[in-house]
Design a protein. Structure first.
Length: 577
């Protein structure tokens, strides 16, 4: 528990709004009374912001209308004053061109909501892919007591007696439809059965990965990250989260005391032990840099090499998050990682991570494997470097066909997504199983926003030949629910003249996962000629948020944050007028 002296009511940040005997505080109090509150509701109590990322087009958060009331209940119970602050909701299934374009916008909004309003602490309600890192990034920059309430995964999908996992089985059955192996009626059956309840993807997609990473960093109550959204334990967790944030304010327990370098390493170890999403690399780098912690891609690779792969969850395994929860959940996984974690790290409940997971046990040892029977001796992610990716690239090799882990083949190049969509199923496309599909102009600036285009579709003529995987390379991301031999986040991206921009049809590309290599086998002289002839593309945006994005976005290896938002001198607190 924290050894700091408990705050006094007059030391609360909100006291400046409500507790001072002046004209401005009179205005704040009178307007609170306008909304039906009485002095007894706020006097001497912590004001708790609830940043709620609910909206009508985010199915992952459709239960947040109810959950926010349960969070408020816990805050009232603990003697706090709840203040719901709706924020932009980044709906992964619907928002175009990609939610990644707006992650930093939500991070900015979170930070400024907390800075501009009388918040003493905050409950961060999120889960759908980019909301988790965005909320945490904003909270880290503001550094008020903060606790994360994860949305939780949806329950399993069903079709014809088969368990379906979101994303992973969408790609699988789409390939079978294109190959002619299932009917349109079958495809519609999958559509009807794959998403049945509120909550995030129930595979080890980005949502599940980042919620578990948040718990490993110490930002959730113990066990919160793996509770299915529809389980009544999730509602109880929401209320407990509300109660705990009030105590955190009195203890003045801030993110800066929780999100340390060791905590970030715990998150990385957790991600790679689960076969987690490649998106986690970009997000964890961004969060670390917000906290002033230097984090490069080599740290991910080093931790992955020494961390066993334990969670048998799709797309790298065969089960789903509901199974994971009933097999012991995130606490059991963290306990099984043992000395692979820094167990002395502080968490939001005032105890160490080691204390929080002590005694947790694996209930089903094929879902969460014991270290002695790990799915692999090393984690599910690898960082590649070489002449094609001087600043790094990422692959989730745990979800790839091992026969492609070491492969050299000729490039088939698509200049952008539209070029790929036009030609990928052309019967005259010069492509074989041994080809390397290359997508350009899909990175942070080129996409724009680094969309999830990295799982390039297998050409239809190869699907009909039975091909289900091949090497694919891009500066894009891919969904955490995706699978295959997909090399992603190639940096620098093609849009800024990285080597990926210079690849031409027929160039040989070498992939060596064990050796962590990604090389373009073209002479330096030839590449120099191509570079001299390369013309920078025009920017996508001339105004608005898009222009801000393209002018300030960093490359994938730096976390794709805005350079103006990374850690530095703290922004001054607002004057109250």
């Amino acid at each position: 528990m924290s050894s700091k002296a408990r705050k006094k009511p007059e030391e609360l940040r909100s006291h400046r709004w409500f507790g001072v005997d002046d004209l401005r505080s009179f205005g704040h109090r009178s307007r609170a009374k306008q909304m039906g509150y009485a002095k007894e509701d706020w006097a001497g109590k912590p004001v708790i912001a609830i940043v709620n990322t609910w909206n009508d087009i985010n199915p992952c958060h459709s239960h947040f209308k109810v959950r926010v009331e349960e969070v408020k209940r816990g805050i009232w119970q603990a003697g706090g004053f709840p203040m719901e602050l709706p924020a932009i909701s980044l709906s992964e299934p619907f928002q175009k061109p990609t939610t990644m374009l707006y992650r930093n916008l939500l991070a900015m909004e979170t930070e400024e909501l907390l800075r501009g309003y009388p918040a003493d602490g905050v409950v961060l309600m999120g889960g759908c892919d980019k909301t988790t890192p965005a909320l945490i990034m904003g909270a880290l920059s503001m550094n008020l007591p903060a606790i994360f309430m994860p949305a939780g995964p949806m329950l399993r999908g069903y079709w014809n007696g088969t368990v379906l996992g979101s994303g992973s089985d969408s790609w699988k059955y789409w390939a079978e439809l294109r190959a002619g192996n299932i009917t349109q009626e079958d495809w519609e059956g999958v559509e009807d059965g794959i998403a049945r309840t509120p909550g995030t993807c129930m595979t080890m997609g980005t949502a599940a990965t980042m919620m578990c990473a948040a718990e490993a960093m110490g930002l959730t109550l113990p066990g919160s990250a793996s509770i299915p959204a529809a389980d009544s334990n999730h509602a109880r967790m929401a209320t407990a989260t509300g109660r705990r944030i009030v105590e955190m304010v009195w203890e003045d327990l801030k993110p800066s005391e929780i999100v340390t370098e060791k905590a970030i390493e715990n998150a990385i170890a957790t991600v790679v032990s689960m076969g987690g999403s490649t998106n986690s690399v970009v997000h964890l780098v961004a969060m670390a840099r917000r906290a002033g912690i230097p984090l490069d891609l080599d740290r991910f690779d080093a931790i992955s090499r020494r961390t066993p792969f334990l969670a048998n969850i799709r797309p790298s395994g065969k089960y789903i998050m509901e199974d994971f929860y009933y097999a012991g959940g995130i606490r059991a996984l963290l306990e099984e990682l043992g000395d692979g974690l820094h167990r002395d790290c502080m968490t939001v409940n005032g105890r160490t991570l080691g204390d929080n997971v002590a005694g947790a046990r694996i209930i089903q040892d094929d879902v969460i494997r014991p270290r002695a029977n790990a799915l692999s001796k090393e984690g599910g992610l690898a960082v590649l470097r070489g002449s094609l990716a001087p600043d790094g690239a990422v692959i989730k090799h745990s979800a790839a066909d091992p026969k492609f882990w070491k492969h050299t083949g000729p490039a088939v190049v698509f200049k952008d997504y539209n070029d790929m969509a036009r030609r990928i199923d052309d019967v005259n496309l010069d492509v074989t199983e041994n080809s390397v599909l290359v997508l350009q102009s899909a990175g942070p600036k080129g996409g724009p926003g680094m969309p999830e285009w990295g799982m390039l579709p297998i050409p239809q003529k190869l699907l009909k030949q039975g091909v289900r995987d091949m090497v694919r390379i891009s500066d894009a991301r891919m969904s955490g629910t995706s699978y295959g031999t997909c090399v992603l986040h190639v940096a620098p991206e093609s849009h800024v003249g990285g080597p990926l921009a210079l690849v031409q049809d027929g160039d040989l590309i070498e992939l060596d996962v064990a050796g962590r290599k990604l090389n373009l086998l073209v002479s330096e002289d030839e590449l120099a000629k191509r570079k001299a002839a390369w013309t920078p593309p025009k920017p996508h945006y001339q105004r608005g948020y898009g222009a801000i994005f393209q002018n300030h976005i960093t490359q994938a290896d730096k976390g794709c944050d805005f350079d103006i938002l990374e850690a530095g001198e703290p922004t001054p607190e607002p004057e109250i007028h």
